[in-house]
Every structure is written in structure tokens, then in C-alpha cells.
Write a protein that binds this ligand. Structure first.
Ligand code: SF4
Length: 468
């Protein structure tokens, strides 16, 4: 279990300090509908001591992203899976409920919101339904992202989803998945390359998710170097730190995995000092973000001038560069520069310094460079949820009742997925049978698990029992 400083100090109000106890976790409910999501986000950053000139939450964004879990089923059994013991035993929520949740996300956070279509693995859902889900999110003006282990994400499917409006595909590939024939992270590189080839040229932003755990921390430099070598296709390399949550057999880190260590390993692999100390969104103990340019293997840090970043954020708070084509972003940015002449004396010398430092690589590539972003996300152990971080959370899961912090959701997942759903005009839907009923079903009872439905720790226990 990792104990971080934010549970003890920071400028947060008294009620936000310390760790949530079991009764508090059990009583926690999703957020009610916010009429002013941007102001609400700003207030949360202020209350939790995270409001500063480099904070984009409450300035540019009202939420980081919202996970829409369209199935609880998965075709892998990761050693650090965040799903719960009973996930595999519940049916997929009805399509009408998925659409209702998409509309609720839109009502809460508005157009432009990033919606992670996830699970389980969302590609296990019927293909035509998956396409309709992506289309519905896009029709609401939001950004649909597909989070998948890639096994069923064929090029044909990705092409159809891209047509339907998919913005990003995020492939989860790492050694926690124990894929057949692979022994370490390097042995997964051919698979990563195959996934890149499937998604390349479809107009999708390609993202890779990597769980950092005690067993692969030493290999993080090589993984970072891999993404730098493929920066022509990969836009974002995201790293999630080992946490004791969900059904995975690995549990918490033995103390090896920490934010500073992962940053050190990434810098080693990239061969450059990259600025991860600008927490641009949410809580500094939860999220770190870095932006680089890559040319001919050389990596250039773009977040090293804090004063310039703060000025730029202030001048362009209403623009969402990350979600625009580069030419459009550059054009809008120049427009802002023209309106804020004070920015030019900061920006132009910085740009000149960067171009000079990068001149060799740019010369060799004839001026071609690729943008590569890095993200580190430090999920909390289910038994150690810091109130302050939950208060500043920017990653939500959409439940039937509304959005709730992902860490909190993972700590009490069964309370949501075993809940019968009331579907307007249909009646009650039972998550264990997938059948509708007229009257509300009796109180939720966790189903008995079988070798077919058990995963992670419970699968191993059931196997041992069977052998015994
Ligand atoms: S999901 Fe957890 S780690 Fe991520 S931002 Fe929210 S509170 Fe922080």
C-alpha cells in the first residue's frame, strides 16, 4: 500500500483530509447533476488546494474524462484487473440504458467531453451495438474513445468505428495480461506494432495504456523508447501505477512503484529531462502529464517553461487544442497571440531556443517532428482512498445514478453492477439474468461464482477448492 502526502497535509479544508473509512465508502453516492460544471470543477480544485496558474481543470476543462462501461466481461484475466469478483457474472446493461447514460454525461459535462467506451472489453459487446454507441456519443458532440485490449479490435472494426465517429483507440498491452508466448515487455513489442498497423491511417489518435508494476518497472525505459520510435503513429503513452483494487491477483506494489520512480524511468528511456512537474489537470498526486516533440529519435520537452505555460493557459482557456487538428490549433493560437501581445516576448525566445536545441534532429528529418504526450495516472488502493484526491478527481465512471470518481467506483464496484436498473417504460432489469420484471427485484445478492464466471483471486481459490 502506498501512503501519499495528500492524505495528511495540503491546503484542503479539514473535512477533506485523511483516508475514507469503509462506512464512508459504502455511503458515497454519485455526483448530482451540476448546472455549472466549469465553476464546479474550479471550486473543487480550490477546496482541495489544487488551484494554481497551471491548473487547467476549472479553466479549460470541466472534467478529464468519463468512463462508460458497456460490459463487465473480459477475454483476459489481468493480474492487476480493476473489475470485481462478480463482474463476469453480470449481463451487459441494455442498450437503452447505455444511451441514457451517454445523455446524462452530456447533460452533466456538455459537448467536447471525452467518453471512454470501456468495460471489461467493449469489443465483446455485439458489433452493431458498439457502432451505435460510438455514433450516439458523437451525435451528442462528445469524443468517443475505445479502451480495449485489442484482441477483437480488427482493422475492419476500427475502420467502421472511425466512420461512426470514434476519436481515439487506446490499446492496453503489458505483462499483467500474461499473454501467451510473451515473457516480458520487450516480447510484447511485435503485438504493439501489429496494433499500430491496424489503426494507422484511419484518422484515429492511437493511445497505449501500460500498467506499471513491480515486475516491469525496470523495463519502463525500453517501453518509453518504443513509443518514441513510433511517435509518427502513437499520440499518447499512458501509464497506470499498480494499485490494490479490484480482483487482480497481484495486489499492491511492494513499495517499488511510485510516481517519482516512473518519471525517472521514462526520462531514462527517452534520454531527456522531461517536465512532469506541471500538474495540468486535477490533483498532483493523481495525474502527471508531459508533452514532447520527437524527431529522429531525439525527444524535446515542451513543458519546461512554467511561466509561459501559465500565460498560454490563461490566454487560451476556452480553446481545446488537444481535440483539434494541429493546423486548426495553430491557427487559433496565432489568433490569440495577436490579441495578447504580452505573450509574444515569452513565446518567441522560447520557440527560438527550442528550435536551436533541436536543429540537428530537425535537419536530419527535413523539419518533420511528431508530437508525443505522456500521462501517468496513480490510482489509489481501494483501502486507502484519500478524501482530498477523491474531492479533486477528474476521472469519473458513469453509473445509473450519475458520475462517481473512478477510484471510489472501483472500491465498491459490486454495489453498482449488481444493482437492478429501472428502465423507463420497460420495468426493472435484473443484472444477473438480463431479464426484465414488472416489480422491483429483491435486494441485491452476490451470485455464487463458478469456474466460468470467477476471475483473478476468486478463480485461483475456486481451482484450489476443486483440487482439494
Ligand atoms: S480516479 Fe483516483 S487517481 Fe484518478 S484522478 Fe480520480 S481520485 Fe485521482
Amino acid at each position: 500500500m502506498r501512503v501519499d502526502g495528500s492524505c495528511r497535509v495540503h491546503g484542503a479544508g479539514r473535512w477533506l483530509r485523511g483516508v475514507m473509512d469503509q462506512a464512508e465508502i459504502a455511503a458515497a453516492r454519485p455526483a448530482p447533476l451540476a448546472r455549472h460544471a466549469l465553476e464546479d470543477a474550479r471550486a473543487r480544485m480550490q477546496e482541495t488546494g489544487q488551484w494554481h496558474p497551471l491548473q487547467s481543470m476549472g479553466r479549460r476543462w470541466n472534467m478529464g474524462c468519463v468512463a462508460l462501461e458497456i460490459t463487465q466481461r473480459c477475454n483476459l484475466d489481468c493480474t492487476l484487473c480493476y473489475l470485481s469478483d462478480h463482474s463476469e457474472a453480470v449481463k451487459d446493461i441494455p442498450l437503452a440504458e447505455v444511451f441514457r447514460r451517454i445523455d446524462a454525461i452530456h447533460a452533466q459535462y456538455g459537448p467536447g467531453t471525452e467518453v471512454q467506451v470501456t468495460g471489461g472489453d467493449p469489443t465483446l459487446r455485439e458489433r452493431s451495438e458498439l457502432v451505435r454507441i460510438i455514433r450516439h456519443i458523437r451525435a451528442r458532440g462528445m469524443q468517443p474513445n475505445l479502451f480495449t485490449n485489442g484482441i477483437r479490435a480488427t482493422r475492419d472494426l476500427l475502420a467502421e468505428l472511425a466512420q461512426a465517429g470514434l476519436a481515439d483507440v487506446a490499446f492496453h498491452v503489458d505483462t499483467t495480461q500474461e499473454r501467451k508466448g510473451t515473457t516480458n515487455e520487450a516480447s510484447l513489442n511485435p503485438l504493439r506494432e501489429a496494433y499500430i498497423a491496424r489503426a494507422r491511417g484511419l484518422g484515429l489518435r492511437i493511445v497505449f495504456n501500460t500498467t506499471v508494476h513491480d515486475g516491469n518497472l525496470a523495463e519502463i525505459p525500453e517501453i518509453a523508447a518504443f513509443f518514441a520510435r513510433h511517435a509518427d503513429a502513437v499520440s499518447l503513452a499512458s501509464f497506470q501505477l499498480q494499485a490494490e483494487t479490484g480482483r487482480g491477483v497481484a495486489g499492491g506494489s511492494a513499495g517499488l512503484v511510485s510516481m517519482p520512480r516512473v518519471i525517472g524511468q521514462l526520462q531514462r528511456g527517452l534520454g531527456a529531462r522531461i517536465s512532469f512537474d506541471t500538474p495540468l489537470a486535477g490533483h498532483a498526486d493523481c495525474n502527471r502529464h508531459a508533452l514532447t516533440l520527437v524527431a529522429d529519435g531525439a525527444v524535446l520537452d515542451l513543458y519546461d517553461d512554467k511561466r509561459l505555460l501559465a500565460e498560454m493557459l490563461d490566454a487560451t482557456a476556452d480553446l481545446k487544442f488537444e481535440r483539434m487538428p494541429p493546423w486548426q490549433g495553430a491557427w487559433r493560437f496565432l489568433g490569440r497571440l495577436a490579441r495578447r501581445p504580452g505573450l509574444a516576448p515569452l513565446l518567441l525566445p522560447w520557440a527560438a531556443r527550442k528550435a536551436w536545441g533541436f536543429r540537428g534532429a530537425l535537419w536530419r528529418t527535413r523539419g518533420r517532428a511528431h508530437r508525443l504526450a505522456f500521462f501517468i495516472h496513480d490510482f489509489m488502493d481501494a483501502g486507502h482512498l484519500c478524501r482530498e484526491r477523491i474531492g479533486a478527481c477528474i476521472f469519473m465512471v458513469q453509473t445509473a445514478e450519475g458520475p462517481i470518481s473512478m477510484c471510489l467506483h472501483n472500491a465498491k464496484r459490486d454495489a453498482f453492477i449488481l444493482q437492478p436498473l429501472e428502465l423507463p417504460g420497460v420495468g426493472w432489469w435484473d443484472p444477473l439474468t438480463g431479464q426484465g420484471r414488472v416489480a422491483p427485484p429483491p435486494a441485491v445478492a452476490a451470485p455464487a461464482l463458478s469456474p466460468k464466471t470467477a476471475r483473478g483471486r476468486r478463480r485461483i481459490e475456486i481451482r484450489h477448492q476443486a483440487r482439494a
